[in-house]
Design a protein around this ligand. Sequence first.
Ligand code: NAP
Ligand code: MG
Length: 477
Amino acid sequence: MTQHFINGRHVAGRSGETMAVLAPATGEEFTRIACGTAEDIDDAVKAARAAYEGAWGRLTAAERGRLIAKLGLKVLDHFDELAKIEAQDTGKPMAQARADIDATARYFEFYGGAADKVHGHIIPFLNGYNVNVIHEPHGVTGHILPWNYPAQMFGRSLTAALAMGNAVVLKPAEEACQTALRLAVLASEVGFPDGAINIVTGRGHEAGAALSAHHGVDFMSFTGSPEVGRMVQHACAEHLIPCTLELGGKSPQIVFDDADFDVAVPIVCKAIVQNTGQTCSAGSRVLVQSHVYDEFMGAVAKEFTKLRAGTPEMDLDCGPVINARQRGRVQSFVDQAREAGIPVIAEGAIAQGVPNGGFYVTPTLFGKVPRGNRLEQEEVFGPVLAAFPFSDEADAIKLANSTEYGLVAAVWTRDGGRQQRVAKKVRAGQVFINGYGAGGGIELPFGGTGKSGHGREKGFAALEEFAVTKTIVHKHG
Ligand code: NAP
Ligand code: MG
C-alpha cells in the first residue's frame, strides 16, 4: 500500500479511498495506491507554493544543480532496486527497465549540471539604458505523466522544471507510479526541501483534472493521449497558463533503395518492439521504395518472426502491455486488419510458460497496408508494425506526412542530398538519418507538431519551456 507524497511526507489522502495496482506480467494485484482528490491536489499545490516561496526558492542555481546531481548518484546507488520496481510495475523486460533507470540517472546528471548554465543576456539599447534579459521559474509546475516510462518521465519532465527553480506537483499514471514515489523519497534523503517535489496518485479524471484546473499552478506539462491532452489544454486555457503536450505519434521509417539494409533491418524491428511498442516515438510505420519492398520486408519478416514476448525475468524482446484494456485495444487493431484482409507478413510469439493472467500480445507485422487505413492513421501503442510501399522521393514525403501526427521520423539512404531534402520536408520534431532513437537522447530537444503536441522537452530546450523570460530596462541616464 502506498500513499501520496506531499510536503516531504507520506500522506494517506483525504478520501481514504484506495485502488489496486496489477503487475502486467501476471495480472495479479501487488499493491494499492491512494486515490487522490481535488483536496489532495490542493494540499500538494499549497506545499509546492510554500517551498517555492521558502527554502526551495531561496537556493541558488548551483545549489539546486548540486541536489539534482546528488539525486542522480542516489539513483545509481539504488539501481537494481529501482529497475525491479519499474519492471514489476510496468511488466517491461529487465534489460529495458535497467536501460530506463540508467536514462533516469542521466537526466539528473544532465539537469544537475545545466541548472547554473542558463544565463541571461544584455541588449545594446538606447544611450543611457541598460537592458538585461533574465530567465525566471514559472513558480509551481504541474506534471501529468503516463505509464510507459514512469522513471524516465520523472527525470525528463520534473527535473528540467526543478533545475529552473520551479516547485513541482506530479500526478503519475494510476497504472505505474511506484518508481516516482520512490524517487521522491530519495530526493528528500539527498536534501531536497519539503514541498519541492509533491506526488498525488490516483485517477486522471479526478486528481489529474484537479491539477490541470488548479489556479495555483503556473505551468502544465502533460504526456499521454491526444484526447486527454486536449482536456488539459482546455483546463489551462481557463486560467490562461501555458502547457506543453507530448501526445504520441505514428512515426515513419523511410527506406530508400540505396539504404544499408543490414543496418536498417534490426533497427526497424527494435523501434517498434522496444517497450512492447508502448513508446510515443515508436517507429510504427515502415515505408519502403517499391522495387526493393519485397527484398527489404523479407529481411524484416525474418527478424520479426524471432521476436518473443515474456515476463520481465525472461528478459525477451517484449513484455506484456500495461493492462487488459490496452491489450484489448492492440488486439482490436490486429483483428480489424486481419478481417479487412491486410496480409500478415510475419508474427513473433508469446513465450511458453508466461502466467495466464498476464497481458501479452503477439508482435505482428502487416503489409502492404492500404493508404488511409486505421493502421496508417492511428497510434496502436503495441508491437504492431505497418508496412507501405512508395514510388519515389516525393511519394515518400507525401506518405510520411499523411497522418495528423508528427513526432519522429527516420530516413534511410546513402544519398547525402536526399538525406537533407527528406529530413527538411518530413513533419516531425526529430529526424534521424540512417539510425533511429538515441538511447534516451537526454540532450536532444524532443517534442511534436500537430496531433503529437507542442513544446519541447529534453536538452536545454526544456529549460526554456520551464522558464519565463523577463526583460529589465534600466534608464540610468
Ligand atoms: P491517458 O489517459 O492520456 O493518460 C495519461 C495521463 O493522463 C495519466 O496520468 C492519466 O491518469 C491522466 N489523465 C487521464 N484523464 C485525465 C483527465 N481528464 N485530466 C487530467 N489527466 C488525466 O493515456 P492512457 O489512457 O494511459 O493511454 C491511452 C493512449 O494514449 C495509448 O493507447 C497511447 O496511444 C497514448 N499514450 C501516449 C503516451 C505518450 O508517451 N505520448 C503515453 C501513454 C499513452 P490515469 O492514471 O487515470 O490514466
Ligand atoms: Mg488512462
